[in-house]
Design a protein around this ligand. Structure first.
Ligand SMILES: C[S@@+](CC[C@H](N)C(=O)[O-])C[C@H]1O[C@@H](n2cnc3c(N)ncnc32)[C@H](O)[C@@H]1O
Length: 267
């Protein structure tokens, strides 16, 4: 659904756009059409979060090139981001982890970009099991002693907040230069009433479609305490719109949305 709603705006390089065009998004058509009609802000969230992610990742790689050479994309799904990164930085290695679809994605990437595919590894693993994740990464060449950039876009909604915090705590522990870029939804009590109602309706729809009881949300202060992470940058859709477009198009204040993003480093 995400890829269908964002289309080419989900990618940042010609290779990424080629990949997006090749995806069969028919399965997500009904959901995407319904979301576009009922919750137009949700589509903008996807566009903005992909832009912010890419902008921060590039800034991190410029300031600390070693961090950008090992990138782990948690809950990668069909995202184009790893493909973009593999094309932009030929000395980077990328590991993408998800419960599903990674075998099919790997086959498609091999077919489209055989050279860049050598820089990427797709792993199917359950991220609520830290041991499985780490052994899967190590078995595929990831070096815990080398700086790593961890990316978690759209994942926090699906993991228990304690497990997500434990995952980030581990991710940031291995090397003092490690960074994580995350996107998440604010805890309901932190949202303005109308945004809370809109978010509850949207999340209720998604949860029913995907067959989940509820999507998870976060209190950032609690999350930082539990994960031991220090936020180095924050963003919300209004700050992203301003930075990306020079003006607010849909979100005029942080309170207009419950979506948040952060760059985290180890405490
Ligand atoms: C909303 S999608 C986001 C995909 C991609 N990061 C993006 O933003 O385009 C959430 C992804 O998290 C994955 N996911 C959810 N729970 C997971 C778990 N326990 N372990 C691994 N992946 C999980 C789902 O399979 C799905 O691909």
């Amino acid at each position: 659904m995400v890829m269908r709603l964002t289309g080419e705006e989900a990618a940042h390089t010609d290779a990424g756009r080629t990949y997006v065009k090749r995806l069969d998004t028919q399965a997500g058509r009904e959901m995407a059409d319904h979301v576009a009609e009922q919750w137009p802000h949700a589509r903008m969230h996807f566009v903005l979060r992909k832009w912010q992610l890419w902008t921060w990742m590039n800034a991190i790689a410029v300031n600390a090139p070693a961090v950008g050479r090992q990138v782990v994309v948690l809950g990668a799904g069909w995202s184009a981001m790893g493909i973009d990164w593999a094309h932009q930085f030929i000395d980077a290695r990328i590991w993408e982890v998800d419960l599903h679809h990674q075998r099919d994605k790997e086959a498609l990437v091999q077919q489209l970009f055989p050279v860049a595919a050598n820089r990427m590894r797709m792993i199917e693993a359950d991220l609520s099991n830290l041991g499985t994740l780490l052994s899967g990464l190590r078995a595929n060449g990831w070096r815990a002693d080398q700086p790593t950039l961890w990316v978690a876009e759209g994942l926090a909604y699906y993991l228990d907040p304690n497990r997500f915090a434990a995952l980030l705590r581990a991710a940031l522990t291995f090397n003092p230069s490690n960074r994580a870029v995350i996107e998440f939804g604010l805890a309901h009590h932190l949202m303005r009433e109308d945004v809370r109602a809109r978010t509850a309706a949207y999340h209720g729809y998604l949860a029913a479609q995907i067959g989940l009881p509820a999507l998870q949300s976060f209190d950032p202060s609690e999350f930082c305490l539990r994960s031991g992470a220090i936020p180095l940058s924050w963003a919300d859709p209004s700050s992203m719109e301003l930075a990306r477009n020079g003006r607010a198009l849909m979100f005029t204040s942080p309170d207009d949305s419950g979506m948040r993003m952060a760059v985290l480093g180890p405490a």
